[in-house]
Design a protein around this ligand. Structure first.
Ligand code: DP6
Length: 329
């Protein structure tokens, strides 16, 4: 019996960041987060389960993957097998339509697509909330790439259940994300290792204690389509996360001089009256968030920085979706 499913998921950019875990084994984040799915950037993953396959294999953008990256995917597949009560192994192929090594995290879209394709290939049809809860075990931010549009990852304080849900669909607000790529290098310290250090910063406690206030401000800014309010809380939240990173032991510096140069430029564009704001993840690339009508102008301006290797432009995108599913014949 041969079962195959393909799924597509978009990456997401967080306005309120996830940085630090309260419970590492259950991957419960120290604070909630809010993000926007971004397309046309996407990962497409096909999972083929076959009794003839003895161990899961992974091909990413046409190249076989081994080592830790493969082990992480195999552990995730183990979790799906336990849920499905199956012992079938899988051949997994995954393609990103965005440049490899552009410093863009593909773990969110990758594990969201794998959660959907993997469960479907093993005959499971999980509701969105359970699929999101599952995806977080691959990568925390992957749970936010399951629902569509503008998404919040929350934890129920009573049950401890943690998952993401949509707060507004992709067409709710014509925002754009212009991503200034400054480095194609792989992150020196990935999110998982970096996050373990978060608690060593004396600033993390304050950042987490104030998170509910920022989440409420961000949620409201999105629902009201209030760009100025979104910009204020987005920049604050990015700066708070990077302050924690820079004050962890040992410290983590993800910014490059050109990252700061672009942040300063964005502030001067704001002074001109442009609707622009910035946010940075665990890397030097700057996501310049703007409104769709300004996207061309922002991309043009970002390309003028000598350190900018490329600029990608993205728009709010929908949920993870199943592309094909072949049932047992
Ligand atoms: C800085 O989801 O990549 O992008 O759970 O260890 O896989 P793991 O981390 P990951 O962390 C993302 C961190 C961030 C902020 C965010 O997207 O919220």
């Amino acid at each position: 019996m041969n079962m195959q499913a393909s799924a597509l998921a978009h990456p997401n950019i967080a306005f309120i960041k996830y940085w630090g875990l309260e419970d590492e084994a259950r991957r419960i984040p120290a604070n909630g987060s809010i993000s926007m799915n971004i397309g046309p950037l996407a990962t497409e993953t096909t999972v083929t389960c076959d009794p003839a396959i003895k161990a899961d294999t992974l091909t990413l953008n046409g190249k076989p993957v081994s080592g830790l990256a493969l082990a992480r995917v195999q552990q995730f597949m183990d979790r799906i097998r336990r849920l499905a009560g199956s012992n079938l192994h899988a051949r997994i192929t995954s393609e990103n339509n965005f440049p490899a090594g552009a410093g863009l995290a593909s773990s969110a879209s990758g594990f969201a697509a794998l959660a959907l394709a993997g469960t479907a290939a093993l005959g499971l049809d999980l509701p969105e909330q359970e699929l999101s809860a599952l995806a977080r075990y691959g990568s925390g931010s992957a749970c936010r790439s399951i629902p569509g549009g503008f998404v919040e990852w929350l934890t129920d304080p009573l049950s401890g259940e943690t998952y993401a849900h949509s707060i507004a669909p992709a067409d709710h607000w014509d925002l754009a994300d212009c991503i200034a790529i400054l480095s194609e290098a792989h992150k020196p310290i990935g999110s998982e290792a970096g996050m373990r250090r978060a608690a060593s910063s004396p600033l993390q406690e304050g950042r987490v204690l104030d998170a509910d206030r920022r989440l409420a401000a961000c949620r409201e800014a999105i629902l009201e389509r209030d760009f100025a309010a979104l910009a204020a809380v987005t920049e604050l939240d990015s700066n708070l996360m990077h302050a924690v990173m820079m004050t962890s032991e040992p410290p983590l510096y993800y910014w490059q001089p050109a990252s700061l140069e672009i942040m300063f430029a964005v502030r001067s564009w704001q002074a001109e009256g442009m609707q622009v704001t910035f946010t940075l993840d665990a890397g030097p690339n700057v996501h310049v968030i703007t409104i769709r009508t300004l996207m061309g102008e922002v991309v043009r301006r970002l390309r003028q920085f000598p350190a900018v290797l490329d600029v990608l432009s993205a728009l709010p995108a929908g949920p993870a979706r199943l592309l094909t599913q072949d049932s047992p014949s």
